[in-house]
Design a protein around this ligand. Structure first.
Ligand code: ATP
Ligand code: MG
Length: 329
């Protein structure tokens, strides 16, 4: 992380202070923000903004890179444990940094439980599967429950109070508010040493506020813009972004699963890994990777307990497998 804006060629103290006042406090933030946005938020002239952005990207080594260098960059990638071996396995070891992972599913399936669980495990040391950082938790539905997080932490032998101290909660009341908070993340994440950003749920305000076909395009455009901001955030600061999404019934579909994630193509394209969740046999939950650039399409079952997320018992898994085979899911 580099907060020395004056290091950027051509940026003096006055430009730097305008940039900082607009929330661009690091070279990383400038390198990943579209120039138009820098102009409108910091009030810089077009030429200065273009040059500043270009120099920031040069400092960050953005631009044409060899695949070998890209690989090198990806070696810094960290994975956050869910504490379910099976779920970790289908995620390639855990929830990744430099990526956005989306958990999709019906109400009560456990999306928020996973988010709260990760808010605990992200704070663990790396050798225990954590990200050794703090968490910024954007709650759009008022379902972040500190008592539950405390319970998960203490049942796992951790200091619940300390874990709660490591989670910064931002309650977003409207989609505008949510967007504003996401804009602040570029400043807040390095300040708070955040290694996990949760947005639970990404889309509910958008769906509730933009009603009707005439505003659909506008909604999707805004959603797209903010999803990409989150993705850039994850790359700029090597952190994990986890978002949740609901499903809606598709009455036109006769075969297969009629549930489909909300948010359409915009959501599907922006997210790195998409994980669908459903209820399984004997109270288990089944997670399935449905879209990912390199994770295979595979399933894992787990249970929700007072310790958060855990691997399910053998019998429950066998029942689930038998059910899956008979339904050919
Ligand atoms: N302390 C606990 N012990 C065991 N199970 C729990 C505990 N707390 C919550 N659960 C389980 O988690 C479920 C709620 O999951 P969660 O709130 O994560 O759903 P969600 O997918 O976020 O739904 P929504 O779309 O409504 O936000 C409950 O139905 C319950 O089965
Ligand atoms: Mg929820």
């Amino acid at each position: 992380m580099s907060d020395d804006l004056e290091k950027i060629k051509g940026v003096g103290s006055s430009t730097a202070s305008r940039l900082r006042a607009a929330g661009f406090t690091t070279v990383e933030a400038l390198a990943v923000t579209p120039v138009r946005e820098i102009i409108s938020r910091a009030g810089l002239g077009e030429e200065t903004a273009f040059k500043t952005c270009e120099e920031a990207r040069r400092l960050m080594n953005f631009g044409f890179v060899k695949a070998a260098d890209l690989w090198e960059r990806r070696k810094n990638l960290l994975r956050c444990t869910t504490e379910s071996k099976k779920l970790n396995e289908i995620l390639g070891g855990g929830v990744e940094t430099q990526a956005m992972t989306e958990f999709i599913g019906d109400y009560g399936v456990g999306k928020t439980q996973i988010c709260m669980m990760l808010s605990v495990t992200a704070q663990l040391p790396r050798e225990q599967g954590g990200l050794e950082g703090n968490v910024i938790y954007m709650d759009t539905e008022g379902t972040f429950i500190p008592e539950r997080v405390y319970q998960i932490a203490s049942k796992r032998g951790l200091d619940g109070q300390k874990i709660l101290d490591g989670i910064i909660v931002a309650r977003a009341y409207t989609s505008d508010h949510q967007c504003l908070l996401i804009d602040h993340l570029f400043k807040k994440c390095p300040e708070e040493n955040a290694k996990l950003v949760v947005v639970d749920s990404m889309i509910s305000h958008f769906r509730g506020e933009y009603i009707g076909r005439e505003v659909l395009a506008e909604r999707q455009q805004l959603l797209n813009q903010y999803l990409h901001k989150l993705l850039r955030l994850s790359e700029a600061y090597n952190l994990a972004v986890v978002i949740t999404n609901q499903v809606q019934a598709n009455p036109a579909q006769f075969y297969g699963n009629p549930e489909r994630p909300t948010g359409g193509h915009v959501m599907a394209h922006a997210c790195t890994h998409r994980i669908h969740m459903r209820r399984g046999k004997s109270g288990t939950r089944v997670a399935k990777v449905i879209d990912s650039p390199y994770l295979p399409e595979s399933k894992a079952s787990f249970i929700i307990t007072e310790k958060g997320i855990e691997d399910s018992e053998k019998e429950a898994e066998e029942a689930e497998e038998a059910e899956g085979q008979s339904q050919n899911l």
